[in-house]
Design a protein around this ligand. Structure first.
Ligand SMILES: [Fe+2]
Length: 441
């Protein structure tokens, strides 16, 4: 057997970088895309670790995602890692900041040997908290358009066949520059989608202070977790699972978009609603669904389903039920006693509606509202269990309980007081940012 020449390997890798970059177009979700971009970029240079920093405003960089095969082996997988809002100042003092502001890649063979007079230094905060040493670091700016830098990607510790840290080569830099150039454009597009969804939530928020972007983002995260668990249990094929996971966060964020047409006095009324007010409130489902009725894309279709079904109940007592969404009247053959609309029940409700119902009510329970204080997690779970088979799909409630640890992380990640509008289009939702817990050898 003969080993391929460096030149042949280089050509193979360029083709691989091209294929990987082209595949990024399949994704619209920021989290999935960041995860894919970082994994791909690491695989191109056999980097043991890596991270992506995204600009937040003009003067900060947020750690959006980090991966580290070595540490993941120790803690038992990426899913076990806690969330972290790790933010650094955007200036030339850090490797990422320097690369972003100069618009140039930066390759450091050994962070311990950086000239003390260099404008940048390696920030050891994360290394210190994990006992990991980022030795060789390649940092590339994520430039989506001339003058538009989203942040920076860092590739850490390329490994040779013996799993020893080696130096990055000129070919490594060329392959990464090509791949990252295309990845940055894909990332800008997905960030724009999320940003538009957050702006819509902010419009609703102007009418109803309860409907914060933080609430919408938490519901989106929880819904995504629930679907992931439910789909794995049901053995949904991986392609279909990924397709839904790519769209569900955005669709879920928009579940209450119809509230922008409900009078503020009704939305913010602390006491019980009278019949007329209740009708106005319940109309948010049909108003929202109408926005997505003329679905042009799979994302539109999913959003339509999420909005239309998120107040249905497993026992058939929810709303709007089997209605014509234009008139609000029962569909043919769907009028119940007294001409009332029949509610959808059980499996008649789309799984996305069943999941949203659980995610939305759970978040309302654990959050502080004008009409109630927040309930602790155990009490909230207990209430959800009591409603299993009545309000909620029992299988989805089981998924909620199974993913209990992640729910807590989501609450920490998006507290109501956090200025989420600042981070809106930029901060990833469920999978990141992460940091590694301190551990002992
Ligand atoms: Fe709603």
């Amino acid at each position: 057997m003969t080993l391929p020449s460096d030149q042949a390997m280089g050509a193979d890798r360029d083709r691989l970088a091209g294929r990987l970059a082209a595949a990024l177009n399949e994704l619209t979700d920021v989290d999935l895309l960041l995860d894919r971009i970082l994994s791909d970029a690491r695989s191109l240079v056999a980097a043991e670790a890596g991270s992506v920093y995204l600009k937040s405003g003009e003067d900060a960089l947020v750690l959006a995602i980090c991966q580290n095969s070595y540490l993941e082996r120790i803690v038992g997988g990426r899913g076990e890692l806690p969330f972290l809002n790790y933010i650094i100042k955007l200036d030339r003092g850090s490797l990422a900041g320097y690369s972003v502001l100069e618009g140039e890649p930066l390759v450091v063979d050994n962070t311990l040997d950086i000239d003390p007079d260099a404008p940048y230094q390696h920030n050891t905060a994360i290394d210190n908290s994990t006992n990991y040493v980022s030795q060789a670091v390649m940092t590339l700016p994520l430039i989506s358009a001339p003058g538009e830098t989203l942040g920076a990607i860092q590739l850490i510790n390329p490994l040779d066949e013996g799993f020893r840290v080696k130096r990055f080569t000129g070919e490594d830099l060329a392959a990464e520059s090509f791949y990252v150039g295309i990845a940055a454009k894909a990332l800008a597009k997905s960030m724009m989608f999320r940003s538009m969804a957050v702006r819509s939530v902010e419009v609703v928020s102007a009418h109803d202070p309860q409907e914060t972007p933080a609430h919408a983002q938490r519901v989106a995260c929880v819904a995504t977790e629930l679907y992931e668990h439910w789909a794995a249990r049901r053995s949904v094929p991986e392609g279909e699972r990924l397709r839904i996971l790519d769209m569900l966060p955005l669709a879920a964020m928009l579940h209450d978009v119809g509230k922008m047409s409900v009078p503020t006095a009704v939305l913010t009324k602390p006491g019980r609603l009278d019949l007329r007010e209740r009708a106005l409130m319940e109309a948010h489902v049909l108003i929202g669904a109408r926005l997505y009725r003329k679905a042009r894309t799979p994302l539109d279709r999913l959003t339509f389903q999420v909005i239309l079904d998120h107040h249905e109940r497993w026992d058939g007592q929810g709303y709007p039920g089997w209605v014509d969404i234009d008139t609000g009247q029962p569909l043919p053959g769907r009028a119940g006693p007294g001409g009332r609309v029949q509610g959808k029940r059980g499996g008649e409700i789309s799984i996305y509606g069943r999941i949203l119902a659980v995610a939305d009510v759970f978040d309302a329970l654990v959050s502080r509202k004008t009409y109630k204080d927040s309930f602790d997690e155990s009490l909230s779970i207990q209430i959800m269990e009591q409603e299993s088979g009545h309000h909620f799909d029992p299988e989805v409630v089981e998924s909620l309980i199974a993913r209990r640890n992640v729910l807590r992380k989501i609450q920490e990640r998006f507290p109501d007081h956090l200025e989420t509008s600042e981070l809106a289009g930029e901060a990833p939702l469920s999978k990141a940012p992460v940091a590694y817990p301190a551990f002992k050898y």
